[in-house]
Design a protein around this ligand. Structure first.
Ligand SMILES: CC(C)(COP(=O)(O)OP(=O)(O)OC[C@H]1O[C@@H](n2cnc3c(N)ncnc32)[C@H](O)[C@@H]1OP(=O)(O)O)[C@@H](O)C(=O)NCCC(=O)NCCS
Length: 330
């Protein structure tokens, strides 16, 4: 195939419609081949792309061909000293020409300036993706298990959970929020030095995409928190899905108790909005967290390959008893 001339630059607001179109096209093709799903994927909404690009505004890139066409994109995000790559795509007919690698290397260069741990997740079906990432210094860690909870089937149990100690970010004043942020940072760093989930808590609220729930003890200290997204990713979304972006429990807290309460809070919030499912993912290195979620009615729906740069700290390759549920980090 002939080569292509292109350049890579930061993603701008005016790129978002083009990114939406390329993303829907490339993933429609991917789902057709690998998941036998013939339906065209609706585009991600502009609000969603704005939210995705705001987690690290300098960390999102596009590839532009000589004629001005958008021929690839990559998002990234950082949580403190942890950087995460993706979503990432190049139009199917232009793959294999070096565009993806250029976007990948530019994003990596950006993340290396601030993050000491850099990771990503990819689909096990894609040998090409695994090849690209391995050749560029990444190794697989524990696989992610993607989980789904039916809010309808589990309603009888979840609606009876005592959620008295569950608070929301939206209901707190500024001083309390500052105190909560410090505790979220402590809990994140206890799971992985340098990890800071507070940007997810602030982002979901700023963009009005959902809510963060806290399970607190008698002194008002956080035992655990859950960042719940109730806004859809794509237009015409009839999936009824909410997304649990993060669920983390602090060291020393009773994890079973905190998770049960948070799930009770999640159930009432998502059900009130007419949603019927909650999707999340957890690294299988957190065996206890997986057990807790499977014991709470979640079912495993698929796996993803989680990869980090080869020099990542050894704890990312060893089992942990902590509850650190997220699609992207740890
Ligand atoms: C992933 C994606 C963005 C890569 O973009 P691309 O422009 O096709 O990638 P490039 O041509 O720049 O580079 C591909 C690299 O992978 C290597 N590669 C491809 N298939 C491979 C395989 N089966 N085994 C090993 N290496 C492989 C190529 O050799 C090349 O590396 P090299 O240039 O060092 O030799 C693109 O294929 C895509 O959009 N795929 C569908 C969506 C997707 O999977 N997104 C990523 C989700 S994690």
């Amino acid at each position: 195939m002939a080569g292509i001339e292109f350049s890579v630059r930061h993603m701008l607001e005016e790129d978002l419609p083009g990114v939406a179109e390329v993303e829907a096209g490339v993933f429609t093709d991917w789902y057709r081949v690998y998941r036998k799903d013939p339906e065209p994927l609706p585009e991600r909404t502009i609000e969603e792309l704005r939210y995705a690009s705001s987690r690290d505004p300098e960390g999102n890139f596009v590839a532009i061909a000589r004629d001005g066409a958008l021929v690839g994109f990559m998002f990234s995000r950082t949580w403190g000293r942890v950087g995460w790559m993706g979503t990432f795509g190049v139009p199917t007919q232009l793959q294999g020409l070096g565009i993806g690698k250029a976007l990948f290397l530019r994003t990596l260069e950006h993340l290396r300036k601030k993050a000491t741990i850099i990771g990503l997740e990819t689909m096990p079906e894609s040998g090409a993706n695994l090849g690209l990432y391995i050749k560029n210094g990444f190794v697989a860690t524990y696989p992610t298990v993607v989980l789904e909870l039916s809010l309808v089937k589990e309603a009888d149990r979840l609606k009876n959970v005592d959620t008295d100690g569950v608070a929301t970010w939206g209901a707190q004043d500024r001083r309390t929020r500052r105190r909560l942020i410090r505790q979220i940072q402590e809990i994140s760093a206890a799971h992985l030095p340098g990890l800071d989930y507070s940007i997810e808590v602030e982002g979901i609220h700023e963009h009005e995409f959902g809510e963060t729930l806290f399970s607190t003890d008698e002194e008002g200290r956080i035992e655990g928190f859950a960042v719940l997204r109730t806004a859809p990713f794509r237009g015409e979304d009839t999936s009824g899905r909410a997304y649990l972006h993060v669920l983390a429990v602090g060291p020393g807290a009773d994890a079973d108790h905190a998770v049960t309460r948070l799930l009770g809070g999640i159930w009432s919030r998502a059900s009130r909005l007419g949603l019927t499912k909650v999707v999340t993912g957890v690294s299988s290195r957190h065996a206890h967290a997986l057990e807790l979620l499977l014991g709470s009615g979640f079912i495993a729906i698929r796996a993803a390959i989680r990869m980090v740069e080869r020099h990542a700290p050894p704890e990312l390759f060893t089992p942990s008893n902590g509850v650190n549920v997220a699609r992207w980090a740890g």
